[in-house]
Write a protein that binds this ligand. Sequence first.
Ligand code: ADP
Ligand code: MG
Ligand code: MG
Length: 882
Amino acid sequence: MPKFVYDFTEGNKDLKDLLGGKGANLSEMTNLGLPVPPGFTITTEACRHYLAEGKTPDGLTAEITAKLTALEDSMGKQLGQADDPLLVSVRSGAKFSMPGMMDTVLNIGLNDDSVLGLAKQAGGNDRFAWDSYRRLIQMFGKTVLGVDGELFEEALEEAKHAKDTTDDLDLDADDFRRLVETFKDIVREQAGREFPGDPREQMDLAIKAVFDSWNADRAVLYRRQERIPADLGTAVNVCSMVFGNLGMDSGTGVAFTRDPASGHQGVYGDYLQNAQGEDVVAGIRNTVPLADLERINADVYRQLLAIMEKLENHYLDLCDIEFTVERGKLWMLQTRVGKRTAAAAFRIACQLSDQGLIDLDEAVHRVNGDQLAQLMFPRFDAKAPKNQIAKGMNASPGAAVGKVVFSSEAAVEAAARGEKTILVRRETNPDDLTGMIAAQGILTSRGGKTSHAAVVARGMGKTCVCGAEELDVDVKNKVIRVGETVIREGDVLSIDGTSGAVYLGEVPVSDSPVVQYFEGALAPGDGDELVQSVHRIMTHADAARRLAVRANADTPEDAARARRFGAQGIGLCRTEHMFLGERRQLVEDLILATSDAERVTALDALAPLQRADFHGILKEMDGLPVTIRLIDPPLHEFLPDLTELSVKVALAGADASEKDRRLLEAVHRLHEQNPMLGLRGVRLGLVIPGLFAMQVRAIAEAAADRLAEGGSPRPEIMIPLVGSIQELEHAREEAEGVLAEVGGGVEALIGTMIELPRAALTAGQIAEGAEFFSFGTNDLTQTTWGFSRDDVEASFFSRYLDLGIFGVSPFETLDRDGVGRLVRIAVEEGRKTRPGIKLGVCGEHGGDPESVHFFHEVGLDYVSCSPFRVPVARLEAGRASV
Ligand code: ADP
Ligand code: MG
Ligand code: MG
């Protein structure tokens, strides 16, 4: 039988899978000799068993009893013992930190008897004991018994109101004693049962509630958003209580070992005297900056700083911590490698390497492509006029503009209508998660950088300004007042998560400094610390990576931008985009041609235009490979819509033009039930004489022109949607004929896309006719799964995500098991036939961080992605190599 319960002295930080992040780190701190209240952790394995079987595994209860007894022996008192109770907290803690999980239940072990014992042990501090007791009933009622937490809050507010105060410090022992009775009544009415007085029953129910919270709606939602697997389960930590609410010499706080926004070293955190647990992040009273702790208790302050330094040197990274001071003694209650902004991730990685704590390889690992993508978001235009109405904390960077909404629901509804919103709250709580996901940005009037809104927004990479205290946010009446200004739902605000500024109205946005650096408009030396950090990390990643990175670009402008962003060629130049706009007419003529002569005329009209397009692109990418895909989509895409045209012709009746009639006839003729699987790609080339030849000629002539101008064009001609070597051979023969005819010393590789399962499975044959393969993973995903990207995202994907059939859409991240297997087969067999064959990928996946790692693993030569994703792919290719 596996071991289900670990004492804090038995675990370590590498056991996160089993003990969860919180449990593993509590053990690690215990082993480091830091002051952690003793306790034990119930494994995620026990949770998984419970969730799967509906009951706890055999032996778990006995193991818990054994660990509890050991804890009781070491503390010299028993759980809930009437004259001197041991109290514990029951805390959830999954492998990944999840703000969507169950709240912690503190003070377990209190009941009508032990509350008196606790008071006595605390030197007759009745207020403390009854405050602790009412907290237990409140937390237990809400999180274990499912009672609406508002009811307790209201009763608490009433008690304060009766005393004409808003400060919980003004409540005394009698007030709390009465509240305990009220809270018990609430539990009885709402939960239909008595609040359980038996300490062990309290603990066991709380443990089960933590297990169950794994499947709570908001936890499920958070996991999906953060792409955390649904089957990990959570651990449960049982930790002996220490008390920050014993008086003004006690308190509780949170801190970072360095600034999570800038990465700079210093003293960052919040502290609250005479308080317990979540008080410090819940905005109940105003916290003081951590630096003030020096004044309150210099000894504790010094100890804390020493511990923070020890943690940084141990974890070699920024850590965040939760601590409590009980009558002048410091206790550590949590630590973990802290969440940080994207900018801070780059700065911290470089700072740590400068401090000699990590090397540059490790620094490259400490950042990722998603973070880099975030840094490329636009900013507010510095020169634009702005009407600043408030300033809060710069909690999570970015520039967000949107209409004000006051509730999660409103944000979700607006998002469904395609509207951008700013979610404005006094402070957020886990119930606001859906709204935070739906909104462009989050603005709160209370709370610091460690508040719920700030932590969650940073985790999601969402713009957030918090603690903008000038704003009087009235959620009930849906208005914000600031001085004379009144802002209502629907009014537009712009918030700057980098500076904390809040502007009325829409502020225009401009390029980020990181983009300016990639554009070459900002030299690394001229940039700030962030730009320099990005430069150092990118330089190291570029030197390390094996994969080349190309761009998908169809115009000279895109090609030029991609090249500035570091693209080493074009992996996909789509030619159909060149047939749009005014050229559509020429394509129509081609489709309507009824004789060879008409067809030739139409093609002759298109040829010089294509030639000019290719010339421009080859020029921008001079010296680098440019893969040009011959026309791929079904021709009807260039014709008017069937219904619209039918209506037009029908309405015109006898007056309908000859051209419209012919068009309608053509639309009917070309109509297909499954155009995606119809007359497209190489099939078009083989069916419509002269079409591919015209394109190849345009490529060859453009390349010849470039040669004549002294350039070095490197065109690669790509035949799409090939399923058999015979198709490729026909197309290839035609192309080679044209190349020979044009002459002029032009050399062009001829290759194909692998985007049909049959192509992947017969890649060994196809490689005989192909000098390169480019995996078209969009089509390969569609054809492997047999569903159409254009339709399924709206119809059944969300259900599939709910059911866990996908963790993430296979169009976003390559499906390794299925599509990836085909890629592997094609790579292996293609290389067997033609060892030097060039292999790349040009689907959307080429810019997706996880997929890039896969392409590195299977040994492709390059990935190709949209110009803006090129830096992301470069970084991820580097990370895959170091
Ligand atoms: P979360 O995952 O939401 O951070 P925690 O389990 O860390 O929840 O608990 C929240 C807070 O409750 C802690 O930061 C700490 O202040 C308080 N807390 C938890 N366990 C104890 C304990 N054994 N003694 C004192 N305070 C505790
Ligand atoms: Mg919490
Ligand atoms: Mg915590």
